[in-house]
Design a protein around this ligand. Structure first.
Ligand code: 16G
Ligand code: MG
Length: 548
């Protein structure tokens, strides 16, 4: 094994001192906090990404600089493994250790320790591709990242300002280039071409859908959506709103997928005509929430659960029509946040599995099926096809015209989807394809099942780690006795369901509740939040009034 250039790393690391008062944590979505505090983290992530690449035989690792739907001053960074997936969880702990080394001497020691314990061969080259979203702190953070990559002499490719799903796509295509698993051309054009071609083929012969209004959250999704316009031509029109990536403070501000989902209302910047449908992306374009106005102009939301239902039902239909339903099993993955009505609707038709929150859990579980459909209620999701299922679909000999047409549709569905990670634009094109095939408007799509009213509340506590869950986050094991109190409350509400879980991205505890009426869902959520607040020793004089 060749040696680490300790001196070079230590010297460069000195230019990126760790703030002494911050403890960083690689959480569900990587490191995420105020952008201006992340300089040392980015430098160290550069070194870590290179080590991960060396560990995996020089495969290309992705680094995405974004804080997604969070406020503009926040920023973050996450690593992407060679197949375009989230960093393997055992390395999350390494990331946290490296980020918290108090100074450059301790950092180099931590790096050395990682090299030894993970048996990393330093003579193997390291390759990294990175990108960032539109946040103002992005350029400085990228500079720190590059410094880390250069310190350890990694080869790197700068993918510029692009969406999280494009970065994931690039990682997968770079690593499969020239192999029989090739996932496409390893460029943004390759991405735009692959997805738009498949979408246009899915729309061929159908009535052209009405133009789609896309709320871009004033983020990087606006750039990509704009680029798609040229590739889609006359086949499909998109109109962009909240596409201002230059005005300071505009990102995710009163717009975007998270705003719509959390507030269950339209962004104030949007007015819908009766019958019109639209969708919102989040700040890095990996979440998608749809909605429409009914004939009275009333707003209705179509969230990740509604997308799951639409997409899964369509794929099941296609697989059946292709005569492959014996060989290809379609499964759905949800989290505790999935609306109870969606779970009920889907469970009657398909295998449904519940896993903890976070894409890595959903994605992994989806890959256990031939076709795995997952969308978190918050709109992050995709569909995965196993290599065997893809092979079967592409090699299946059709016995008649209609079967042949179905097989072609399935192939196009595979190509329109970004299988590496949730991709709001690709997901929107899939949704539009299904709606065109079924001749559904928003109303018909929405009528598959009726959402139970629900409420999400966050409770600020001094230590969220005191809250430990089991059963895919649906039950608390700690603090002791709290779950019994929650159960006791839930029993008093018809159709009631509630759970408490610590956030993986913020220092808060989240409470979710649903019930048959809005008033009851609200009341149940606030009562449970009250239990959590008291349990966590919250200051009674500052106890929110709503926490009944
Ligand atoms: C992150 C996750 C998302 C999850 C959310 C939960 C990824 C890429 N994103 O945004 O899947 O729903 O965290 O946040 O994994 P919370 O733990 O703060 O509730
Ligand atoms: Mg996001």
């Amino acid at each position: 094994m060749s040696m680490l250039d300790v001196k070079a790393i230590q010297e460069r690391s000195d230019r990126h001192p760790k703030p002494s008062d911050i403890k960083f944590q690689y959480g569900t979505a990587g490191f995420r906090t105020l952008g201006k505090t992340l300089d040392s983290v980015l430098f160290r992530v550069g070194v870590l990404a290179a080590l991960r690449s060396k560990k995996l035989d020089g495969k290309t690792i992705g680094v995405m600089v974004t804080a997604s739907h969070n406020p503009e001053p926040d920023n973050g960074v996450k690593l992407v493994d060679p197949r375009g997936e989230m960093l393997e969880s055992s390395w999350e702990a390494h990331a946290t250790i490296l980020a918290n080394a108090p100074d450059s001497v301790a950092f180099v020691a931590a790096v050395d320790e990682l090299v030894q314990t993970s048996k990393i061969d330093l003579s193997i080259p390291a390759r990294v591709v990175f990108a960032r979203d539109t946040r103002p702190t992005g350029p400085q953070l990228i500079a720190a990242l590059k410094d880390g990559l250069e310190a350890i002499k990694a080869e790197y490719r700068d993918a510029g300002i692009t969406t999280t799903p494009v970065l994931h796509y690039l990682v997968r295509t770079i690593n499969t280039k020239g192999t029989q698993d090739s996932y496409g051309e390893d460029t943004e054009e390759g991405y735009l071409t692959k997805i738009s071609d498949a979408f246009k083929k899915l729309l061929a012969g159908k009535a052209t859908p009405p133009p789609l209004l896309i709320d871009c959250a004033n983020g990087v999704g606006a750039l990509m959506a704009e680029k798609f316009k040229a590739y889609l031509g006359d086949a499909f029109s998109i109109n962009l709103v909240n596409a201002d990536i230059h005005t300071v403070g505009a990102l995710n501000n009163s717009c975007g997928a998270d705003f719509v989902k959390v507030n269950q209302k339209l962004p104030p910047s949007i007015t819908l005509q009766p019958g019109q449908r639209a969708c919102s992306l989040d700040g890095d374009a990996d979440r998608l929430i749809y909605y429409y106005a009914d004939e009275h102009g009333q707003f209705h939301m179509l969230d990740g659960d509604k997308i799951t239902t639409l997409v899964a039902s369509f794929i099941v239909e296609l697989v059946k029509a292709a005569g492959l339903d014996e060989q290809i099993k379609v499964g759905v993955i949800q989290t505790a946040y999935a609306n109870g009505s969606s779970t009920k609707y889907l469970s009657g038709r398909l295998p449904v599995k519940c896993v903890p929150t976070g894409v890595k859990h959903l994605h992994h579980a989806a890959e256990q099926y031939d076709v795995g459909v997952y969308f978190e209620a918050n709109g992050h999701g995709t569909v995965t096809f196993s290599p065997a299922a893809q092979e079967l679909i592409s090699s299946c000999k059709s016995s008649n015209l209609s079967q042949s047409a179905t097989l072609t549709q399935l192939k196009n569905v595979i190509d329109v989807i970004n299988q590496t990670v949730g991709d709001a634009l690709s997901d929107a094109f899939l949704v539009e394809s299904v709606l065109a095939h079924k001749s559904y408007s928003g109303v018909e799509w929405d009528s598959l099942y009726c959402d139970l009213p629900n409420r999400l509340v966050k409770v600020v506590v001094s230590d969220r780690n005191a809250f430990v869950t089991e059963d895919a986050e649906r039950r608390l094991v700690s603090p002791l006795g709290l779950q019994a109190k929650v159960d006791e409350l839930v029993r008093r509400y018809e159709g009631g369901r509630s759970f408490v879980r610590p956030s993986g991205t913020e220092d808060v505890v989240r409470v979710y509740a649903e019930a048959v009426t809005r008033a009851e869902a609200d009341e149940l959520a606030f009562r449970v939040a009250g239990l959590v607040y008291d349990e966590a020793g919250g200051d009674q004089s500052r106890r929110p009034k709503e926490f009944l």
